[in-house]
Write a protein that binds this ligand. Structure first.
Ligand code: ASP
Ligand code: MG
Length: 443
């Protein structure tokens, strides 16, 4: 008997018929003799609608009240899923995040999971009931209801799977969604994209951070940290989906597994500033204080003078402009430049660590297509190019083709399930230790 966590996204529980189909999926696993814990998101666009509703009451709802409001979305769906299960004769109990033992810090709207006390889940399972848990929420040490950030139900599912040690129990964390797996690129942008049967945590995390929307990055980090096999599957189709797991030697054979596009970036440059010790610290402290996430940072130096540029989401430009001008005033000389209408395309693959010529292949392909590159950043397993937004989708297709991703089979073809259970690091008792869990946070 294995233990599975099955998570259903908002579209998958969008109406009563779909809820019934999700319940049937759960019933199948239970019938096969497995223990199942279910995690669900709010139905359809409920979370957006709740935020919209708050906006009609006030321009500036407090974060605490917003969390109280948003958390109701998942409460609706867990109760309905539990009812649907009971109708099928599967005993079930809906639980809030707090009831399920998920404790978080007190950061409303972007809370981090600090620990999971699995005692209530164990008690429900022992009583033969399927716990149906609200995704996206937890409870702080002060007893406040918190939410984990948009898309956070994936994180709830993987955190519960880690606490329940599903890998050791021969199970995994199944993420049921409205796509049938992880693709070499977003198929809406690149029609020749193909589904990957497997991808490593590291690659999935890069792709998620670089714009792929299929999984919440924090959930992938949790999965990697605790060795939770994550199986992304379509909620209404029986296909095999994509397994996110530890890297295996065959994975290293493939240079690039996927390409991603991050639209709507802006670039902020402080040009010709004196390169005094501490100037970088001053700039990015001001940016961090303004609560702005920085994408990539570039610096060039000419003697004592430097230019520092960084990219941010387009929506953050107004705030970043204020922070950067204040820094420039303190520095005394130099100029501030803001460029808009940029995008970033990236290719990702752990095989880059052991292959040469990856960067040249990408730049040559973009060059042959006449696409100018404004900036390049790399890590061990990714290469990113900043370019004009107008070229972005075409550039994505070109990069995808340059690495043979449009030819099915170019990606690792090993079947899902072969190496589902990676070695799982021990968790402290039934609780994910506060520091370990919060170290996986990238908020
Ligand atoms: N309902 C939340 C959201 O829409 C959490 C989730 O769906 O994962 O962001
Ligand atoms: Mg989601």
């Amino acid at each position: 008997m294995a233990v599975f966590v099955q998570k259903f996204g908002g579209t998958s529980v969008g109406d009563p018929q779909r809820i019934a189909r999700c319940a049937a999926r759960v019933q199948q696993r239970v019938r096969d003799g497995h223990s199942v814990v279910v995690v669900v998101s709010a139905m359809g666009h409920t979370t957006d609608e709740l935020i919209g509703l708050a906006g009609r009451v006030t321009d500036s709802p407090s974060r605490r009240e917003l969390d109280m409001l948003m958390a109701t979305g998942e409460q609706v769906s867990v109760a309905l899923v539990a009812m649907a299960l009971e109708r099928l004769g599967v005993p079930a109990a809906s639980l809030t995040g707090g009831q399920a033992g998920i404790t978080t810090d007190g950061a409303f709207g972007r809370a981090r999971v600090m620990g999971v006390d699995r005692s209530r889940l164990d008690a429900e399972l022992a009583a033969g009931r399927v716990p149906v848990v609200c995704g996206f929420q937890g409870i702080s040490r002060d007893g406040e209801i918190t939410t984990l950030g948009r898309g956070g139900s994936d994180t709830t599912a993987v955190a519960l799977a880690a606490a329940l040690r599903v890998a050791e129990q021969g199970g995994c964390c199944e993420i049921f969604t409205d796509v049938d797996g992880v693709y070499t690129a977003d198929p809406r942008l690149v029609p020749s994209a193909s589904k990957l049967s497997r991808i490593s945590y590291e690659e999935m995390l890069e792709l998620a951070l670089l714009g792929a929307q299929v999984m919440h990055p924090r959930a992938v980090l949790f999965g990697e940290r605790y060795g939770v096999p994550i199986h992304v599957r379509h909620s209404q189709r029986p296909d095999e989906g994509t397994l996110i797991c530890r890297e295996t030697p065959e994975m290293e054979e493939v240079m690039v597994v996927g390409a991603a596009l991050k639209p709507d970036l802006g670039r902020v440059s402080l040009r010709r500033i004196p390169n005094n010790p501490g100037v970088q610290g001053m700039l990015f402290e001001a940016v961090a204080k303004a609560g702005i996430m920085v994408d990539d940072i570039m610096q060039t130096e000419f003697g004592e003078i430097a230019s520092i540029s960084f990219t941010v989401d387009h929506g953050d430009l107004a705030d970043v402009k204020i922070a950067a001008s204040q820094v420039l005033d303190r520095v005394g000389t130099g100029e501030l430049a803001i460029e808009i209408g940029l995008a970033k395309i990236s290719v990702v693959g752990t095989g880059m660590k052991s292959h040469v010529g990856v960067a040249s292949r990408m730049f040559t392909a973009l060059g042959a297509a006449g696409i100018p590159i404004h900036n390049i950043t790399t890590s061990e397993i990714k290469i990113s190019c900043i370019l004009g937004k107008e070229h972005a989708q075409r550039a994505l297709g070109i990069a995808h083709e340059a690495f043979g991703l449009d030819r099915p089979g170019a990606s690792v073809g090993t079947s899902v399930g072969a190496s589902a259970a990676g070695a799982q690091p021990a968790l402290a008792g039934a609780v994910i230790g506060g520091t370990a869990a919060s170290a996986t946070t990238i908020a």
